[in-house]
Ligand binder design. Structure first.
Ligand SMILES: Cc1cc2nc3c(=O)[nH]c(=O)nc-3n(C[C@H](O)[C@H](O)[C@H](O)COP(=O)(O)OP(=O)(O)OC[C@H]3O[C@@H](n4cnc5c(N)ncnc54)[C@H](O)[C@@H]3O)c2cc1C
Length: 396
């Protein structure tokens, strides 16, 4: 049976935040594009992932006409609570850098973007998997995908964008001789829960204790997201609700008597993580965006935000090439995007190493890390750096 043929200007592989946001921006600028996404909409909408959006990411949703739901459902936060030695240190972002972050679950971001693509007549194929790329260095590269009925399709475009996430298939098309992988593995993972409980604190709590790290964050008035550091070999099934609450409570315990508000747990996951960068983010007319090009440990809440930041740079480059015919910004895409990626890698690594405990840490290393935390909370410059990095540097 012959393949269904498609012709477009930009072919996008992956319908996560990076792929759908790029598709939305391109369509707003009148640039024809097509998205192919392996999973079905319901599965993506019910997968719990990121939740903390930088001000620049919020602006991308709000100012480009995606939807106004973030204004009603998003929960704006102007600081975090950095807790160690059982004591809380409130770090006010607005006071330091006049910026905030917004808690708005990735599920909602996906829903907004997928509905906006549908509303605007976007060409998005769900349950369709890309299995092959061709001629990526030519003027008309392409890829093949199989749709949910098993039919083969072939897409030809001027540019191909690999936005297919951390297990990216498209990044293999950057030849080995021309690419570098930068990787950092961590000897721990996060145990994440969703619980039907009231908020335990008005702000997110980033807690370091002798037992390890814990993050107390919020989803809504009635649903909360919490994590604690665990071994990557941990099985979520081995942990009863009672044991999970005891562990979380022990990690935030202190003389101020902070008590977590508990409730039924309806989602448990163990999330291993690593730092990874594939450079360059481009080969010929193939461009990587989002997790396909880099992943960060979740401690700095940068993954989704970096995906949006890549898309902003890439969209402006494509728009300039489409309008003025100049490839200068496309040629600069990888270097421009990677500058922010490495700043975010550093921030995520720094937050992770400062807040987590390692089984092999010497007493010196343990005490030094507490000194590091003390240096941050007792210094205007330290607090300002953390506030600036957490709320996000201005988009390029
Ligand atoms: C538990 C958890 C918590 C997190 N918390 C935060 C946070 O607080 N803040 C933050 O900024 N980030 C966070 N992140 C990271 C964030 O979720 C990711 O960085 C973000 O999803 C990246 O978006 P993306 O579009 O690049 O990739 P993805 O969201 O992974 O989307 C890629 C898409 O490509 C599709 N795909 C893959 N292969 C193919 C193929 N061959 N053909 C077609 N489609 C394909 C996949 O199905 C997927 O839908 C968290 C991640 C996890 C797992």
């Amino acid at each position: 049976m012959s393949a269904v043929q498609h012709s477009t200007r930009v072919g996008i592989i992956g319908g996560g935040p990076a792929g759908l946001m790029l598709s939305h921006l391109l369509s707003c600028a009148g640039i024809e594009n097509l998205v192919v996404e392996a999973r079905d909409r319901d599965t993506i909408h019910h997968t719990h992932r990121a939740g903390i959006l930088e001000a620049g990411s919020v602006a991308m949703l709000r100012d480009t006409g995606v939807d106004g739901r973030i204004d009603t459902l998003g929960d704006e936060h102007s600081g975090i609570d950095l807790r160690f030695g059982g004591e809380s240190h409130l770090l006010d972002f607005r006071e330091r850098v006049d910026a905030t972050v917004t808690l708005y679950a990735q599920n909602e971001v996906f829903l907004d973007l997928s509905l906006a693509r549908e509303r605007d007549g976007g060409e998005v194929y769900y349950e369709a998997t890309v299995s092959e790329l061709f001629d990526v260095t030519s003027a008309r590269p392409g890829f093949a995908f199989t749709d949910k009925e098993g039919a083969r399709h072939e897409v030809r475009a001027d540019l191909i964008v690999g936005a297919d996430g951390s297990r990216s298939f498209t990044r293999r098309w950057i030849p080995e001789a021309e690419r570098t992988n930068y990787t950092m593995e961590y000897p721990f993972a996060w145990f994440g829960i969703l619980t039907e409980a009231p908020k335990s604190s008005p702000e997110l709590i980033y807690a370091r204790s002798d037992r390890g790290f814990a993050l107390i964050s919020q989803r809504s008035e009635t649903v909360q997201r919490m994590y604690f550091q665990c071994s990557p070999e941990t099985s979520a099934e081995d942990w009863s609700e009672e044991r999970i609450w005891d562990e979380l409570q022990a990690r935030v315990a202190g003389p101020d008597g902070l008590e977590l508000k508990t409730g039924p747990i309806f989602d448990k996951t163990v999330l291993p993580f690593r730092s990874f960068v594939r450079a360059p983010l481009r080969h010929g007319n193939l461009f990587l965006a989002g997790d396909a090009g880099h992943t960060v440990p979740p401690t700095g809440a940068k993954g989704l935000n970096l995906a949006f930041a890549d898309v902003k740079v890439l969209f402006e480059a494509i728009d300039s090439w489409n309008g003025a015919g100049s490839r200068a910004l496309l040629d600069a895409y990888s270097d421009t995007a990677l500058k922010r990626v490495w700043k975010a890698q550093h921030f995520s690594y720094w937050m992770t190493s400062m807040l987590h405990t390692r089984a092999d840490a010497t007493p010196f290393e343990h005490a030094r890390t507490l000194g590091e935390l003390e240096s941050v909370v007792s210094s205007e410059h330290g607090k300002r750096y953390l506030a600036e990095a957490y709320t996000g540097w201005p988009h390029a």
